[in-house]
Design a protein around this ligand. Structure first.
Ligand code: ATP
Length: 254
């Protein structure tokens, strides 16, 4: 079954004419990469998928239900967001921030239980942030904040994850750790859709990619078929050289 589905969707990008309507879906267990040049609309598409911005036309369905029919709480149980946020957040600790992920599952009057706390701690451990649980988020580095965002959604435990450049700010080791985590979540049956700029991360870790072109066209399919130099040179307006390593394509600028 499609966990996330677009029907004839046109993303509302101010001042831009309609591109081709997008009808696309992602199933349980799939990792999708959204690729395209700066300003093409990757973040706008993710925000539309998340219900944070109205589409110009068409419909988004999560777990088969159209977005407008889901309450915020129902949506938060199904959909988790790892998006870039402004720097000056709420002055909460790392652990308190991860615990926010349990809120969609608690009644308004209900305190977090020991089980909720254990979940949040487990999530922080999975992103290598357990040692900083008492630190204020406002004091963290960019990469540490990014890992706390991931931990909060791990604590939330939705079926569908939307991630905007999840490896942003992360060093090489933590980039790989996060991609492994994403693969593990897909292995447990979740659906993960992320925007990415790094072709090699997409080639190594995604099952499928959605390519967004500046002329408003889009195409999608398995990594093997889509990530070929001719398509990517056209996408980015940049010549590329490709080779293969351990069965995965690798690209360097030509
Ligand atoms: N609220 C807004 N008002 C006006 N223009 C906007 C608004 N939000 C986004 N845009 C424009 O819409 C276009 C798409 O932006 P978006 O952030 O979705 O692109 P992107 O593909 O994620 O880019 P990048 O790779 O640089 O992160 C850009 O030209 C951007 O300037």
């Amino acid at each position: 079954m499609a966990m996330l589905e677009l029907r004839e969707l046109i993303v509302d990008i101010p001042g831009r004419t309609d591109g081709a309507p997008l009808s696309w879906s992602a199933a349980a267990g799939e990792v999708w990469g959204i690729l395209g040049p700066n300003g093409v609309g990757k973040t706008s598409l993710l925000h539309t998928l998340a219900g944070l911005r109205e589409p110009r036309r068409g419909e988004v369905r999560v777990g088969g239900t159209p977005l407008p029919q889901l309450s915020r709480r129902q949506l938060a149980r199904r959909l988790g967001l790892v998006f870039q946020e402004p720097q000056d957040g709420f002055p909460a600790t790392v652990l308190e921030t991860a615990l926010v992920g349990r809120h969609p599952w608690l009644a308004p009057w209900q305190m977090e239980s020991a089980a909720d706390l254990a979940r949040a701690r487990e999530a922080l451990y999975r992103v290598d942030m357990a040692h900083l649980e008492q630190r204020l988020v406002t004091t963290l580095s960019g990469g540490e904040r990014q890992r706390v965002r991931l931990a909060t959604v791990l604590t939330q435990d939705p079926g569908v994850w939307l991630l905007d450049e999840p490896t942003n700010h992360l060093d090489l080791h933590h980039q790989v750790a996060v991609m492994k985590l994403i693969r593990a979540l897909a292995g447990e049956g979740r659906t993960l859709v992320m925007s990415l700029h790094d072709l090699n991360l997409a080639a190594r870790w995604c099952d499928r990619v959605l390519l967004l072109f500046p002329d408003g066209q889009a195409c999608w399919g398995p990594v093997r078929e889509m990530l070929v130099p001719a398509a990517l040179e056209n996408l980015y307006g940049q010549s590329l050289r490709a080779t293969e390593l351990d069965g995965h394509p690798v690209f360097v600028p030509g």
